[in-house]
Structure formats: structure tokens, C-alpha cells
Ligand binder design. Structure first.
Ligand SMILES: [Zn+2]
Length: 378
């Protein structure tokens, strides 16, 4: 369609996004403070997960029957609070799916256009995408195609994320006490690494023991933070329909559940974010949506070959990763595409439609569109 997407069609899409926002907008403000960030860990699954006989310690969420919380989680929040947390995540995920498709369309529609005229909402999407996944000049077709190929993969990830939640096809078990994981006495002594298993369950994901406790990040962990306590750890299942993945929430994580991403859509919060030019990192820091979008991508049972891994954590590092990796021509090897934290910054950042985050701070999209910057202006 060249620049080509008719304005009317774009307005319709924009209307859909606004509607999505309103659906998840619940007038319930939570106090916001600055808290230290904890990195998020993952350990790779080395052994197939088998079906487990004991179901008694898990309760399915009322609106998301394939997400089940262990009794240890009900000490922190009741079932309805867990349910509403996942419903909020569905709002962010669904918005992210639509917005990622729009971003991909925007690149495809302008493949032959070296100077597209973009709506401020389109611009804030492509600006954030470029910062996180790699930038290009619109007159550089080769660079544009490289980023387009990454957008194809991110679009698939966004769809897997949203569809798994909304169509209720993704199986997740939540633990909220790492002591539920104990050493497996059945591992033969000739195997040098010790293995984790789930206490009281006849079978579970058996994992090499890489650190003193499940929630302690291994010393040699690639993404850093070795020896530090994680917010949560995900154990992945094989990509077989029906197989669950496990998230274990660690001690100290509970403050991130104090806030919700969607409250930035409230008029006074929106104004506050713009007035103070808040950092995206701070706006999403203490939110379960940020944490869960990160953790879910580690679930091979949901994401399959689009599984997210930990390359680096945090805004500064992921922006640097995108710059360093920008010459990559194979989207399947793109480190930003693979990196779990990049995905959660994208999904949660694009949800905040009141901000253009090209600088990492919240700028008014209409004003940002008047002063294009970075590579896309040249
Ligand atoms: Zn991770």
C-alpha cells in the first residue's frame, strides 16, 4: 500500500487499540515508589517433563484455567487477585499483538518509500521498535529489510504470547516458594550435577543444580548478576501441547505486584508521566506485566522455537544490544529478538500509547513527531 495504508483504515486500527486500552483500564490507583530491580533468571530444561499425578496442590485460575497456582502462592494473594493480574496481562498482551502487527505492516507498506509520512502513533511505535530491535534509514532498503525480518519474528512472538493467554492454550504452573524445589534423592551418584525436582510430586522438570538455591542466579550466568537473587525463575517444558512451564516467584518479588501498567492510562497518571518525562524502565519496573511478559517468553511449551533467552537485562543494556547487533542479517540469530527483556520492554512500552520512548523517556507522541530524531530522520 505504499505509505499507502489508507488513513481511515489506520484510524480504525487506532480505535481498536484505544478500545483495548479502555477494556483493561480499571480505575484503581496504586502507590508508586522506586524499588531496586532484580534480574530475572531462567534455567534451560534438559529433560522431558512428564505428566504428574498429584494435582491437589494446584488451583486453576477462574478466567485462565490452564494457569494454575500452587498453594504457596495463595499465601501472598488470593485466587481472584491472581486471576485479575493475569487478566491485566491479557490486556497488555492483546494490545502488543495488534501494535506489533501494525509496526510490521508499517515497514512492509513502506518498503519502497524512503520518506513515509507517519501518524504520531505510528511513529512512536516504529521509534520504540528501532531503539529496541535495530534502526534503519527509510532510504536504506537493505537495513529496512533486516529490521523487517526481525519484526516478523517479534510479531510471531507477540501472537504466541497473546493467543496463549487469551485462547487459554498455554499451560503454566506458578510456585511462590523456592523451597518447593529440593534435591532429587533418586539421581544416580555417578551423575556429577545435582538435580532439582518438585517436592511431593511424583515427577517434575529435573534440572541440573547450578546454584545454591533455585532463586540464586548462577555465578557464570551469561546475562550477568551471578550470585544475585532473581525475581523469578522459569523452568521450561518441551514444546508439546499440554505441557506446562513453571514460574517460581522468589522472595523479594512481591513489591513488583504493587503496581499495574494499565494505570498509566488514567488521565492524571498520563499527565504525570508526560510532565515528568518518566523513564520507561521506571514506569514498568514494579509491574507484574513487565515481569510476566519476560518470564512467559522463557516457556518453550508456549513459544517453541521463538523461546526467549537472557542476553542482557534492563533498558540501557538492551538498547546497547540492539546497536551492537544491528548489522545481523539473519533474524533467527538476532540477539534483541532472542532477548527476553527486550520483548517485555517492547510489549509493555508500546502499550503506553501516551509516550514516545525513543529516548527512553516519555515524550508526547505528537510533539515527538514534529522533531524526528535518530536514524530515521536522516
Ligand atoms: Zn529471564
Amino acid at each position: 500500500m505504499g505509505f499507502g495504508r489508507p488513513a481511515g483504515a489506520f484510524r480504525t486500527l487506532l480505535g481498536q487499540l484505544i478500545l483495548l486500552t479502555q477494556i483493561v483500564l480499571i480505575a484503581q490507583a496504586h502507590p508508586y515508589g522506586n524499588h531496586p530491580t532484580f534480574p530475572v533468571g531462567v534455567e534451560e530444561n534438559l529433560h522431558p517433563v512428564v505428566a504428574r499425578a498429584s494435582e491437589a496442590q494446584f488451583t486453576a485460575l477462574p478466567s485462565s484455567g490452564r494457569i494454575r497456582v500452587h498453594t504457596s502462592c495463595l499465601r501472598h494473594f488470593d485466587l481472584n487477585q491472581w486471576d485479575s493480574t493475569i487478566n491485566q496481562l491479557k490486556g497488555v498482551a492483546n494490545y502488543g499483538k495488534v501494535a506489533t502487527q501494525m509496526t510490521l505492516d508499517m515497514i512492509n507498506d513502506n518498503m519502497k518509500n524512503d520518506n513515509p509520512t507517519l501518524h504520531p502513533q505510528q511513529r512512536r511505535m516504529i521509534d520504540l521498535f528501532m531503539v529496541l530491535y535495530g534502526s534503519f534509514r527509510w532510504d536504506d532498503v537493505a537495513a529496512k529489510m533486516r529490521v523487517r525480518d526481525r519484526a516478523v519474528r517479534v510479531n510471531r512472538m507477540a501472537a504466541l504470547f497473546a493467543n496463549g493467554l487469551i485462547q487459554n492454550t498455554a499451560n503454566w504452573n506458578f510456585f511462590c516458594d523456592e523451597s518447593e524445589w529440593v534435591l532429587d534423592p533418586n539421581v544416580p551418584p555417578e551423575i556429577p550435577t545435582k538435580f532439582w525436582w518438585i517436592k511431593d510430586l511424583p515427577a517434575g522438570p529435573r534440572m541440573p543444580k547450578l546454584s545454591d538455591s533455585l532463586c540464586t542466579i548462577p555465578d557464570d550466568y551469561k546475562a550477568g548478576y551471578g550470585g544475585v537473587q532473581a525475581e523469578a525463575v522459569t523452568l521450561t517444558a518441551e514444546h508439546i501441547q499440554g505441557n506446562p512451564n513453571w514460574i517460581t516467584f522468589c522472595d523479594g518479588v512481591w513489591e513488583v505486584f504493587q503496581f499495574q501498567t494499565h494505570i498509566w492510562h488514567l488521565p492524571d497518571k498520563k499527565a504525570e508521566a508526560l510532565r515528568n518525562a518518566y523513564f520507561l524502565a521506571d514506569m514498568i519496573n514494579n509491574t507484574p506485566e513487565r515481569l510476566l511478559a519476560h518470564e512467559f517468553t522463557h516457556g518453550k511449551g508456549q513459544f517453541g522455537e521463538y523461546l526467549g533467552r537472557d542476553e542482557v537485562y534492563g533498558w540501557v543494556e538492551i538498547v546497547e544490544l540492539a546497536k551492537k547487533d544491528n548489522a545481523q542479517t539473519d533474524a533467527t540469530q538476532s540477539k534483541p529478538v532472542i532477548n527476553a527483556d527486550t520483548f517485555t520492554y517492547w510489549i509493555n512500552g508500546v502499550f503506553l500509547e501516551m509516550c514516545n520512548f525513543r529516548s527512553g523517556r516519555c515524550e508526547d507522541p505528537d510533539q515527538a513527531a514534529q522533531t524526528p530524531q535518530n536514524s530515521d530522520s536522516s
